[in-house]
Design a protein around this ligand. Structure first.
Ligand code: CAO
Length: 521
């Protein structure tokens, strides 16, 4: 009898738990639905709502499946907290940030967004060279600096002084990762060789951006456009009859910073197993070449005949020995060009990228008013269209020029025809949905005031990614010496008296651009 009562009680408890969980899942679905629906433009509301509904349903289905799998094990359940608010992914990881300019700071900013404690070590008086570069407001940290150094703390330190090295040693012993992008050999010249760092802290990961990997150019200093040229991007960008071109996307600097961040996270993961730190190297040439992978693909395809999807093939222009500049041709092989839209005469961005993807060819023909092209032997099949692409796109352009780029996008999207409006920076800055996802954020800065920045483009469902303003020069020197490195007040006084932390007035950005700063990117 007693046992039966106990069983019933247990069952009741289980029922209550199941009921509570069901409630949780419904709330989860509701939250994700309203989030998805909220972030979309008015005009596409209906379709997005349906998509959000389906997504929410899938979410609940997946959660139920995970729950039933987890029932008999200790496996964790899907977080009950709202999107992105269940702690920080890299909580507990401390970074000694010895980076400057763009490539290194991009990497450490990403790690800081994921929750790492990033301590930026800067030269007293001047700090990161970008603080004073391209200044729009005299005496105020430039947007170049503020937009690459969010969520970090700043300590000023002369790493070449005796006292400075004492502080650096303590930092190495306290941190998990040292990230640097000095010129080749600079870290060694400072006395921070890999062997010394490893002896001080065998768990320390030392991550570097360099222009080139080992080889004939390993000693070169490298900037963004040098990397774009040396990594194969410039020779394959631009039009056939023009010079090589660099692209506005900072694939050399920010691209390599991204590669380095992945290397660091992998090294941290491996350290869990081995207990040992390791060196991580991301060269800018390698990073750019990695992003130009499809161009090396085409280089090898050339040995077997012309690249038929390139516009030049249709124009009868012979191919040379190397992958040519492809204009606006797509790397995926689907014919695509940039076409004028309504207003192109006065608006430099009234254009749209239009792809004549084979599976939607019939829909394109109907849309532009050429239904007979669906069955005509000169147009019906992709190989027949290749030599006629110029004429085909001219016809499509007659249609796009009658509409704005957003009208073209709406009409094409409804038919699953892939198109891309050419969005200006102004349009992106004003785009509400990007504000709502935190991809474009407004940040307040004590000396600059409010400004726009690009937030974390990588979204984790459990990890918060709030964007905090960049530090003023040396803003956290005292705090780091005392609270992180645990120097006594007397030791701090000695360090300061030696001049190792400098005498720069806190928060003041350098006013004069040095010739070196102007040369840097
Ligand atoms: N205290 C004392 N000295 C410091 C210091 C500090 N806190 N921080 C840096 N320094 C010193 C370095 O030790 C170095 O001294 P030595 O030349 O005597 O060894 C010196 O400052 C200059 O460092 P640097 O050579 O890295 O800087 P640079 O302006 O001459 O070159 C750059 C800049 C970017 C070309 C070079 O650092 C480089 O090639 N980096 C690797 C590639 C890279 O990241 N490029 C991307 C740049 S973004 O476009």
């Amino acid at each position: 009898m007693a046992k039966k009562k106990k069983d019933t009680k247990g069952k009741d408890k289980e029922k209550a738990r199941a009921k509570a969980r069901e409630k949780e899942l419904k709330a989860l679905a509701k939250a994700s639905m309203s989030k998805a629906a909220k972030g979309k433009a008015e005009k596409t509301k209906g379709k997005d709502k349906d998509r959000a509904k389906a997504k929410a349903k899938d979410l609940v289905k997946a959660a139920r499946k995970a729950d039933s799998k987890a029932k008999d094990s200790a496996a964790p359940r899907i977080s009950k907290k709202p999107w992105g608010q269940d702690g920080k992914a890299l909580d507990g990881v401390r970074i000694l940030d010895f980076t400057h300019v763009q490539s290194g700071p991009t990497c450490t900013q990403l790690l800081a967004w994921f929750g790492a404690d990033v301590i930026k070590v800067e030269r007293p008086g001047s700090g990161d060279i970008t603080r004073g570069q391209l200044q729009d407001i005299p005496g105020v940290d430039s947007l170049y600096f503020t937009m690459l150094n969010h969520n970090k703390r700043s300590i000023t330190l002369d790493s070449k002084s005796k006292e400075g090295m004492k502080v650096l040693e303590r930092l190495v012993k306290t941190c998990d990762v040292l990230v640097e992008n000095f010129a080749p050999g600079a870290l060694d010249r400072m006395g921070l060789t890999w062997e010394r760092i490893h002896a001080w802290n065998p768990r320390m990961i030392v991550a570097s951006v360099k222009g080139f990997g080992p080889g004939p150019y390993e000693d070169c200093k490298v900037y963004e456009n040098v990397a774009q040229c040396a990594g194969g991007a410039a020779s394959t960008t631009g039009f056939l009859d023009g010079p090589p071109l660099v692209t506005g996307a900072q694939i050399g600097d920010s691209g390599t910073g991204l590669h380095l961040a992945l290397g660091i996270v992998c090294a941290l993961y491996q350290r869990n197993r081995t207990g040992r730190g390791q060196r991580v190297l991301a060269s800018m040439q390698d990073g750019v070449l990695n992003l130009c992978r499809v161009k090396l693909r085409d280089q090898q395809r050339l040995a077997h005949g012309p690249l038929k999807e390139y516009t030049q093939y249709g124009q009868g222009i012979p191919f040379g020995e190397a992958t040519p500049r492809a204009g606006n041709d797509s790397g995926g092989g689907q014919p695509g060009v940039i076409l004028k839209c309504k207003g192109w005469e006065t608006d430099p961005n009234a254009y749209i990228y239009f792809i004549t993807q084979a599976p939607v060819w019939d829909k394109i023909c109907d849309l532009i008013g050429e239904p007979e092209w669906k069955t005509h032997p000169d147009y019906a099949k992709p190989p027949a269209r290749l030599p006629r692409l110029k004429q085909i796109f001219e016809r499509i352009e007659q249609w796009t020029m009658t509409k704005t780029k957003f009208e073209v996008m709406n009409e094409c999207n409804a038919l699953d025809i892939p198109v891309g409006p050419i969005l200006s920076m102004k349009e992106l800055a004003e785009e509400q949905s990007l504000r709502e996802t935190g991809t474009v954020v407004e940040v307040d800065h004590p000396t600059r005031g409010k400004y726009l920045s690009v937030g974390n483009p990588i979204k984790l469902s459990d990890s918060i990614s709030e964007v905090k303003r960049s530090p003023l020069l040396g803003e956290h020197t005292d705090e780091i010496l005392a609270k992180v490195l645990k120097f006594t007040p007397r030791e701090i006084a000695e360090i300061k008296a030696s001049g190792a932390t400098g005498e720069a007035a806190k928060g003041e950005a350098p006013k004069v651009e040095t010739p070196k700063a102007q040369a840097a990117e």
